[in-house]
Design a binder for this molecule. Structure first.
Ligand code: CA
Ligand code: CA
Ligand code: CA
Ligand code: CA
Length: 646
């Protein structure tokens, strides 16, 4: 049994150890006796009356088979008799079957265009067709993937490691136009692919090296885990050929060794079961699988003579359970991308226009260079390149000399200062007001509070755990601040928020818990644990925000480690009301949200879809198309509906 750790670094260490072993004692080469222990299956040659030389096959329900070749797509019965044909010249094939319809992905050979067809299952009658732009590379293979929101994606695997992920459908329909989700950077000898929809995994074979697993989800990061490697690094003898996903596992052909390898996904790694000898074949290269009732039906294509073989193997199904289903809500607006590349967007705030809520503005930090200001449609209105601003917050009604302005304060990491902006209450225009020095060495998070007497506070933290609370003063027309309180948590904090109505301050200790304490300048700094890491919350705890429902205030937490958001009562005993994720909106062409740092929420009626208010979140990975990070807006109504909040 070869078990590979999920961490690619650990795999390198492991392969180094195996190499060491084989040098010291060649009888210890791990592949030495796998051939002897391989179990066998009975292979039955299958000779269809049509498409007998087709390379690309899929097994369907009702004992039907689908093939692609130079004469088109073929629907055959189990006896190999033709049921229907769709003319064309195609190769490569994947399919999703839903009720009486098929969603078919194939490649138009001459034009190198990935082609999607929606047809009737019984006769291949065409309902819808979507033809993608020709690739700049030769297509090796195609794989379909359906995500948790029923978006249909197409993975295109090209020569020399080139590849792409496209959004091609939603529910059981194809889109009118495919949307490019992201480019894939695959190994140079990538050839075959397989997708496990439940586990959101894309498997890729690298012919002479091994099998890799990638995150298939549009928000997944571009990293890979080894499933198995070719000897001497793993259990594959010679070269990896066709792959097929089965519930909770993977099948792979070892073509020259004429073996079928089976892998079971357990936790974060793959257990290799005893390989199955494919006696009688010459070079089994491609595989199609259909699993039902703990049995997998296989169709194999011999790459040497094109002969087809069928057989069945037992497969007890998946013991692996994926994350409990939590609602996936859709963003309805995204902002223009932040000007700086990389991990640059961090934390939003909202400025509410006093007379015209629809003219309110969203502020978003660019932690590499400044602050961007957006309207409610996400268009950038202003950009203030004042330095590395990490977190930003806003409060209304500040007396600046003779003027009354609104204030935005941000933590400036270039100067360990509070960066202050005045907001013109009439126009919403921001202008720099100045900086307030702090004694912090590594200023990080920041939030603001408004006391019952009208004073405004800025509360900044340091990565070392210290919090400094400042009272802001502008009576002489210049901004200044007085340090009024200091406290600390044990480990790195960042997000914080003040519930002004109840004078309660919430702070997030990233790897530990959310704490609550009195926000008052003279109040006790005793902290109450609101919620800790575990269950719905996975480190880091990032942005915090308050939804000011008059009777039921809610605390929203960015649980960065599992890409979700938790909603709790913002009053003791801080009951958890539920969690949600933010997924891809195929109708509006907006990608989903992952790796969120800061967030903000308002309960104010901003009109239209924002009648119950709005949630703004930072998106750590911009897709569809790929680009600089941005912020996404979600109507609070959809959160209230999904979590049944009153
Ligand atoms: Ca980040
Ligand atoms: Ca903020
Ligand atoms: Ca953080
Ligand atoms: Ca995203």
């Amino acid at each position: 049994m070869h078990r590979y750790p999920l961490n690619p670094l650990a795999a390198l260490v492991l392969s180094g150890l195996l190499l060491g072993c084989s040098k010291a004692d060649s009888s210890n080469v791990p592949t030495a006796d796998t051939a002897h222990t391989a179990s066998k299956v009975e292979l039955q040659a299958w000779q269809p009356s049509h498409a007998a030389r087709a390379e690309s096959w899929q097994l369907l329900g009702n004992d039907q088979r689908l093939a692609a070749d130079a004469e088109g797509l073929w629907l055959l019965d189990a006896g190999g008799n033709r049921l229907a044909q769709h003319p064309g010249n195609f190769y490569s094939l994947d399919v999703r079957q839903q009720n009486d319809q098929l969603l078919i992905a194939t490649t138009a050979t001459a034009s190198q265009q990935p082609t999607l067809l929606r047809t009737d299952t019984s006769n291949l009658r065409l309902r819808q067709q979507l033809i993608l732009p020709a690739t700049t590379y030769r297509i090796e293979n195609l794989c379909l993937y359906r995500d948790e929101s029923h978006n249909l994606h197409l993975f295109v695997v090209g020569e020399e490691g080139m590849g792409d992920q496209w959004l091609v459908g939603n529910d059981n329909r194809l889109l009118d136009t495919a949307a490019h989700v992201r480019s894939l950077r695959l190994p140079p000898e990538s050839e075959h692919c397989a997708v496990d929809d439940q586990q959101h995994l894309l498997y890729i074979s690298e012919e002479s090296v091994g099998i890799w697993a990638y995150g298939a989800h549009p928000e997944a990061e571009q990293s890979r885990q080894p499933v198995d490697m070719v000897a001497p690094f793993g259990g594959l003898q010679d070269m990896v050929a066709g792959l097929a996903a089965i519930p909770g596992g993977l099948l792979a052909l070892d073509a020259d060794a004429r073996q079928l390898h089976r892998y079971r996904l357990t936790g974060d790694s793959w257990d290799s079961l005893e390989p199955i000898a494919l006696d009688g074949t010459v070079e089994p290269e491609r595989i199609a699988v259909r699993t039902a009732n703990q049995q997998s039906e296989l169709l194999l294509v011999d790459g040497d003579d094109g002969q087809l073989y069928q057989t069945r193997i037992a497969w007890p199904g998946s013991a692996h359970t994926s994350d409990a289903d939590i609602p996936v809500l859709l963003p309805t607006v995204q902002t223009d991308p932040i000007p700086s590349p990389g991990d640059a967007a961090d934390d939003p705030a909202i400025w509410l226009h006093p007379g015209d809520p629809a003219a309110s503005r969203v502020l978003g930090t660019d932690k590499r260079n400044g602050l961007a200001v957006y309207d409610l449609n996400g268009r950038q209105l202003q950009y203030l390149a004042v330095g590395r601003l990490n977190n930003v917050d806003v409060r209304h009604g500040f007396q600046l000399g003779e003027q009354r302005v609104d204030l935005a304060v941000a933590s400036n990491r270039d100067h360990n200062s509070l960066q202050v902006f005045a907001i013109d209450p009439a126009s919403g225009q921001l202008r720099e007001l100045g900086q307030i020095a702090t004694p912090l060495q590594d200023i990080y998070g920041l939030c603001m509070g408004s006391a019952p007497d009208g004073s405004l506070y800025a509360i900044a933290n340091d990565k070392d755990g210290r919090f400094l609370q400042y009272r802001l003063n502008g009576s002489n027309g210049e901004i200044s601040a007085e340090l009024v309180r200091e406290f600390a948590v044990a480990t790195q904090p960042e997000g914080c928020v003040v519930d002004d109505l109840r004078q309660r301050l919430f702070i997030g200790e990233e790897g530990e818990a959310v704490w609550a304490l009195d926000a008052g300048a003279d109040a006790s700094t005793e902290m109450t644990r609101v919620i800790g890491i575990g269950g719905p919350i996975k480190a880091d705890i990032e942005g915090l925000a308050i939804y000011q429902h008059p009777e039921h205030p809610y605390l929203v937490i960015s649980s960065q480690g599992n890409g979700s958001y938790a909603v709790l009562d913002a009053e003791p005993p801080y009951q958890l009301r539920g969690s949600f994720r933010i997924g891809l909106n195929s109708r509006l062409g907006i990608d989903g949200v992952s790796e969120t740092d800061g967030l903000e929420v308002t309960s104010v009626n901003l009109g239209g879809q924002w009648s119950q208010g709005m949630l703004m979140v930072q998106d750590g990975r911009k897709r569809m198309p790929e680009g600089n990070q941005n912020y996404k807006y979600v109507p609070w109504q959809s959160i209230a509906d999904a979590l049944q909040l009153d």
